[in-house]
Design a protein around this ligand. Structure first.
Ligand SMILES: C[S@@+](CC[C@H](N)C(=O)[O-])C[C@H]1O[C@@H](n2cnc3c(N)ncnc32)[C@H](O)[C@@H]1O
Length: 868
């Protein structure tokens, strides 16, 4: 699941079909390719604005890359910090508009293929994408074509499957000659095919109904020229060139707000049921010939085709003003006024109008008040607001994050329960004079403090940050520069202290009586009280006891693992966002929780290695009679006993190698554990070092040394992945040292203890789990129970298809039937991938439950228990 904050793109998902069929179809049309086993290079021309200014990219590209990547791989792997989601960053030319394969960056990127360190960055996206990809790779760039391709193909030669590259040309002539050069070119055993990218609906020039970007841009500056209806405050949108829709902000942001809450819940439940049925249908279709249908599919007939019972939907404890984080867009209203609010539509549809969020019931009173304060400030600012078409301007986005006191409920009418507020203003300082910027920031701080204290009672105000982001979309990378602005002391509010300008300022919230420290960019569930219910449910379904090793996959600031740590032997949290991991460490510390470790990495890069590392058991250790049991926590009688007999049949007698051997039967080494090449390269010792587990200790599961003798050099080995790099390098050095400090020293003695139950709770971003993670989870026989939490039921279903479809008796060689994958739904792609899953015992869906974290919207969390 992704951060469900009210970003323009996200809060509009429900109505603008972020995941809708319509979008999939559009995405599928991104290029005209439908080839099998060939490298295909869709082409496109670089556009110029009517004023002659060269646009850095064709609007089509703004969403195409990641969308394509997603539709192709069903995951873009970049989570909340995904810049591909908007595609612009990577599609922008480098400042010098060249890609130099001899540069240090390129060399470093290339080194990854040879097993050396990779300092992958945005600029090496081309190669990064190729490295990232697993079966089929996608890359895109409008860097100078030929050099890029040279590098990309060099990687592609070593990879299997199809590779796609999007290329932009300066002019028609270049397009033509390059296409001719490329068409039919062979690289290794692959042949390049060139195809045109199909423009999206609003870009089709022959469609007179479509509102062009230019028109809209003019509409923004001079409202009378746009297709605007100022009287009704509505905008007529040309969608797909034919359908005209009328929207207002309340309908866009909270489309269910007109319904009674009970009816909203009922509607969500009904639509979830429809989505869940796809799991049954697709797993049935994917069930290999000669393999009998699993019992859950057979029994699904008794429950209307559902894969398991949908037990119900848990209501949100509060329905209005529940959001603890709102990301407001900055732009112009339909009347042409500078406005802080939400966008009326999707940029992809050509909509940039921003309207105030006054009538959106999910937004808290405090957030609304701060949006108004900021809006009033902007209306008198000397610096311009961001222009989404020209990619120029200064003020971009305004985020309000709230922290509650323990035990209080959020009351939308007062500020009850909200004790802390953090404001983050996103700006783009490039092209602006430093001195002017400094003056403006000072004025901003004064305005915010004055606005806060002018209320009675004064609005809470804990910190004010500015985030400097030059990219085209507002989705800033995790390492975008962040500065804290000093808040002037306000006489009316003695709590506001001018000295609170350190970067350490955070807000806090409480879940299950634990205190969580939240840094400005870290993920935290937006509906805290409902999240509490979600985590409790996940914990109950996970059947935890002191003999449980819990993997908290995509753990964010550690909330799930930390709230459940007291119920298990040990938690391993895996999270790719460095500041979230840093928060997670702090949260463990402030709550005195020691049996938890956090790993700062993409799950796909470490999951297989971690499972091998932690589940390296001997027969004795696997024997229920000799394994350690927690005495102080009784087993939950509602939970089935782990099937030790079954485990024994999967877990070999002795070594790790034998574990692999068992899984390996009938497969190539590449398939073993389903670990990608790069993940395989993360060795046990590298992980040990990142976890600060000394070799002697981790090699011997019975060695319960104190871990105090860990050499404190604070370095990790040079790993293959960016995330492992992050343990030791560059911007993540701090986190690296956090990881080193972590809890592992104190808990070194539990690091390699064996646990009878091994459970994973996964809570991925909207795109779902990376295929490599799915394979790792599915092919590790000791993992018997998996609780899947998702705010995107479609991706849960897709991942569950892969986890629950029975293996064939024997993997068919040369199963390369990827014809038509471009038009496949996520479920269809999952079915396709399920066919090449290494032979392994499938999970089965046991039960599902919805938890409503997002009243008034169509979104909802879905939890599913999978067992085997
Ligand atoms: C939906 S949030 C869940 C966070 C946490 N479980 C919670 O409830 O607060 C998803 C988290 O996954 C992280 N993430 C995204 N892609 C990831 C990946 N490939 N590997 C590890 N973490 C990832 C994001 O940074 C984000 O913190």
């Amino acid at each position: 699941m992704g951060d469900t904050h009210l970003s323009p793109s996200e809060n509009l998902d429900s109505t603008n079909g972020h995941d809708s069929t319509e979008e999939k179809q559009n995405l599928a049309q991104d290029s005209q390719i439908n080839q099998e086993n060939d490298d295909v290079v869709p082409t496109n021309k670089r556009k110029r604005d009517d004023d002659g200014e060269e646009r850095s990219l064709h609007p089509l590209w703004k969403t195409s890359l990641c969308s394509f990547y997603r539709s192709h791989n069903n995951s873009c792997n970049h989570g909340d910090t995904c810049r591909y989601a908007h595609g612009e960053e990577e599609l922008r030319p480098r400042p010098d508009n060249t890609w130099d394969p001899t540069s240090e960056r390129a060399k470093k990127a290339l080194k990854t293929e040879t097993g050396e360190n990779c300092a992958a960055s945005e600029d090496v996206m081309m190669t990064e994408a190729v490295i990232d990809g697993e079966d089929d790779d996608v890359c895109g760039s409008n860097h100078v074509l030929s050099k890029c391709l040279g590098i990309a193909f060099k990687h592609a030669k070593k990879k299997k499957g199809m590779m796609i590259g999007f290329i932009t040309f300066e002019d028609e002539e270049q397009l033509k000659s390059s296409s001719q050069d490329l068409e039919g070119k062979t690289i290794g055993n692959k042949t390049v095919k060139v195809a045109d990218v199909i423009p999206r609906s609003f870009e089709k020039s022959n469609n007179s109904n479509v509102v062009s970007h230019q028109e809209f841009d003019e509409g923004v500056d001079a409202p009378s020229s746009g297709t605007l209806d100022a009287e009704t405050n509505d905008v007529k949108l040309a969608v797909d060139g034919s359908v005209s829709k009328t929207r207002n902000l309340r309908n866009v942001v909270t489309p269910l707000a007109h319904m009674a809450y009970a009816d909203q819940l009922e509607q969500k439940k009904t639509s979830l049921m429809q989505i869940l049925k796809k799991l049954t249908r697709n797993a049935r279709k994917a069930c290999p010939n000669g393999v009998s249908l699993p019992e859950w599919i057979v029994k699904s007939r008794e429950i209307g085709g559902l894969p398991c019972k949908l037990e119900g939907i848990i209501a949100s404890p509060i329905v209005n003003g529940y959001r603890n984080k709102c990301e407001f867009s900055v732009g112009y209203s339909l009347q042409g006024n500078v406005t802080v609010g939400f966008m009326l539509g999707n940029f992809r549809e050509g909509v940039t109008a921003v309207e105030e969020a006054v009538d959106c019931p999910n937004v808290s009173t405090i957030s609304c008040k701060y949006a108004t304060i900021f809006q009033e400030f902007l209306q008198h600012s000397d610096l311009p607001v961001w222009n989404r078409f020209k990619n120029t301007g200064f003020w971009r986005q305004f985020t309000v994050r709230e922290g509650r006191t323990n035990g209080n409920t959020v009351d939308a009418k007062t500020f009850g329960g909200i004790a802390e507020v953090m404001l983050v203003v996103q700006v783009s300082t490039a092209n602006f004079d430093n001195a002017q910027v400094a003056v403006e920031f000072k004025r901003l701080a004064q305005a915010v403090v004055a606005g806060a204290t002018s209320h009675c009672p004064p609005l809470p105000l804990t910190a004010l940050f500015v985030q400097d982001h030059q990219g085209i979309s507002n989705v800033a990378p995790a390492d975008a520069p962040l500065h804290s602005l000093p808040l002037p002391k306000a006489s009316a509010d003695p709590d506001l202290d001018e000295n609170n300008n350190t970067m350490d300022v955070r807000i806090h919230d409480y879940i299950n009586n634990l205190r969580f420290s939240i840094s400005p960019t870290a993920f935290f569930q937006v509906n805290t009280l409902a999240a509490e219910k979600l985590y409790s449910l996940a914990g109950d379904w996970a059947c935890l006891d002191r003999d449980t090793l819990l993997f908290d996959i995509c753990c964010g600031t550690g909330t799930i693992g930390l709230t459940l740590a007291h119920r298990v032997g040990m938690v391993i949290g895996i999270e790719m966002n460095a500041s979230a991991v840093s928060d997670a460490h702090m949260n463990a510390e402030i709550n005195g929780i020691k049996n938890i470790r956090f790993i700062c990495s993409k799950a796909e890069d470490v999951m297989g290695s971690l499972l091998r590392e932690y589940l390296n058991v001997t027969k004795e250790q696997n024997d229920p009679n000799t394994s350690r049991r927690g005495n102080d926590i009784p087993d939950d009688s509602a939970c089935p006993e782990p099937k030790n007999g079954e485990m024994a049949s999967h877990v070999p007698e002795n070594s790790n190698a034998e574990v692999a051997g068992e899984v390996q039967k009938g497969r190539t080494s590449e398939q073993v554990d389903g670990i990608s090449e790069q993940a395989e390269n993360v060795t046990g010792s590298q992980l040990r070092n990142c976890l600060n587990v000394p070799k002697e200790q981790s090699d011997d599961p019975n060695d319960c040394g104190s871990g105090n003798d860990i050499p404190g050099d604070g370095t990790c080995p040079a790993p293959e992945t960016r995330e492992m790099t992050s343990c030791s390098e560059n911007s993540n050095t701090e986190v690296g040292s956090e990881v080193q400090k972590g809890n592992s020293v104190e808990n070194g003695n539990t690091s390699m203890q064996q646990f009878r139950n091994v459970v994973a709770i996964v809570d991925p971003p909207r795109a779902g789990l990376h295929p490599t993670v799915i394979k790792a989870l599915r092919t590790h026989p000791r993992l018997r129970r998996l609780v899947y939490i998702s705010c995107n039921p479609e991706s849960l279903v897709a991942n569950a298809i892969e986890l629950c479809t029975p293996s064939p008796i024997k993997i068919e060689k040369g199963n390369k039937d990827n014809r038509g994958w471009r038009n496949m739904s996520s479920a269809g792609l999952a079915r396709h991938r399920a066919k090449s899953m290494p032979i392994s015992e499938a999970f089965h869906p046991v039960k599902a439950m919805a938890v409503d974290l997002f009243p008034h919207t169509q979104h909802c969390e879905l939890v599913m228990l999978l067992e085997r």
